[in-house]
Ligand binder design. Structure first.
Ligand code: UDX
Length: 433
């Protein structure tokens, strides 16, 4: 099929490369000329395992990029993968996506005679905003063309760090459509994946599809907060929260996944999506209790980590090491990383913060320019002379630290991710164990 992808951020680029890889002809449309140039030069504008290889393999052949919408009506399907940034109250700003939807609709005024076109909303938008975006598309095309355009909501569940793999072998696909033709087109588009991976297919309407995405992320975020809450209680009673989690995970109804308690969740999805659906529900008159609590608890975890530091050392005027800046291991993404509040709270206490992360320092500097810390080139360098160390990201390399602790001024280790083993010679505190 001929596919247009409007927006070449994280999701757009991954989908483009993966669809080109299963023999579709893909055109990325982005207003950012640098992104277009880099895609056409065969370079992925984002870092994701396996993505650079796919982009360089297909660029200039099955994958091209442009700033123009002119070719869009000649294609069969277009994806809207434009970002929906958060506003102050947690709700999403659909402005950029709406503009892209209008541009797409306007371009479709030139849909060739006899041709039908499917617009797929891939960006995460709340159920009411599915209507906003759908209206924006239809509002921009003449009535005679509108009959030949379908709009579908097809949410994405891929994770950072394994996006390519997740896209290529999904557990489920959710097709939110209003007509059978659109559902058939989605099935035809994903046929190579459906045939080989046999994912569960959920066929529903667009607003329900949107809610499924929010419920999925909300549920997982709440699961993390629930195990953090339970872990906090365990800590009060001097019980190992991980031993408890391992045991409850044996119950199929609970499952062992997403039971790692600690300093909380971050990233571009969980905090944003949970806040967005809470804000949208509030707007409509319902005050969420559970999802709000999940978000609140997540905000409190860094403070608990710091209280454990306080139990051992007054950090005012002292050097404190922070290990990990990325929101999770395997990525350089620091969006909503728990390292941000941890460093802020350490600074408020007057600490001199030295942070180490194998890949995320520059992303942190770029996104949070006011966050004040010194970057170390290694964990060893960060630990040298420190009066305490807090572990924020569970990078594997932290698990093998050993004699590096000998170089600390006082070996106070406060672990927010159960990465470092408790041992002789350390004043070790686990956040929930
Ligand atoms: C998530 C969803 O998993 C994915 O389906 C969706 O499309 C986007 O959001 P991602 O943000 O890449 O993906 O990260 P994920 O691996 O799910 O982790 C999210 C956060 O939860 C991380 O900060 C991680 O450290 C934290 N987490 C996860 C825990 O604290 N404990 C756990 O047991 C699992």
């Amino acid at each position: 099929m001929d596919v247009s992808i409007v927006g070449s951020g994280y999701v757009g680029t991954t989908i483009a490369a993966c669809l080109a890889n299963v023999d579709h002809q893909v055109t990325n449309i982005d207003i950012d000329e640098d992104i277009v140039e880099s895609l056409n030069a065969g370079e992925s504008p984002i870092h994701e395992p396996g993505l650079s290889e796919l982009v360089s393999e297909h660029a200039g052949d099955r994958l091209t990029a442009t700033t123009s919408y002119a070719g869009l009506p000649e294609t069969d399907i277009s994806f809207l993968t434009v970002q929906t940034p958060s506003r102050e109250d947690g709700s999403i700003d659909v402005g950029p996506l709406k503009t892209a939807a209008e541009m797409t609709g306007a371009a479709l005024a030139d849909l060739p005679e006899g041709k039908r076109h499917l617009v797929i909303i891939k960006s995460t938008v709340t159920p009411p905003h599915v209507d906003t975006i759908t209206d924006a598309i239809y509002g921009a095309v003449p009535a005679d063309v509108a009959d030949r355009i379908s709009v579908a909501m097809n949410p994405e569940f891929m994770r950072e760090g394994s996006a390519v793999e997740d896209f290529q072998s999904p557990e489920k696909m959710v097709f939110g459509t209003t007509d059978a033709w659109a559902t058939d087109r989605l099935k035809a588009l994903y046929e190579p994946i459906i045939e080989t991976q046999d994912p569960d297919l959920v066929e529903t309407d667009p607003r329900t599809a949107s809610m499924i995405k929010y419920a999925n992320n909300g549920f997982l975020a709440a699961k993390v907060s629930l195990i953090n809450d339970i872990g906090n209680i365990c800590k009060e009673f001097d019980i190992d929260g991980y031993e408890v989690a391992d045991a409850i995970g044996l119950d199929d109804r609970i499952s062992e996944q997403f039971l790692r308690s600690g300093v909380g969740f971050g990233g571009s999805c969980f905090p944003k999506d949970a806040a967005a659906i809470v804000a949208e529900a509030r707007e409509s008159g319902y005050e969420s209790l559970m999802l709000s609590a999940a978000l609140d608890l997540n905000e409190h975890q860094p403070g608990r980590l710091l209280e454990l530091v306080d139990d051992h050392v007054d950090v005012n005027g002292k050097r404190v090491a922070v290990l990990g800046l990325a929101f999770k291991p395997g990525t350089d993404d620091t969006r909503n990383s728990r390292a941000v509040p941890v460093i802020e709270e350490l600074r408020e206490r007057g600490a001199d913060v030295v942070a180490y992360d194998p890949v995320a320092v520059s992303d942190m500097r770029e996104r949070y320019p006011n966050l004040s810390f010194t970057a170390a080139d290694s964990a060893r360098e960060a630990l040298a002379g420190a009066h305490a160390v807090v572990v924020v990201t569970d990078w594997d390399e932290f698990a093998t630290l050993d004699e590096e602790f000998d170089e600390m001024a006082t070996p106070v280790v406060v672990d927010g991710r159960r990465t470092i083993e408790r041992r002789e010679g350390l004043f070790y505190e686990g956040l929930t164990w």
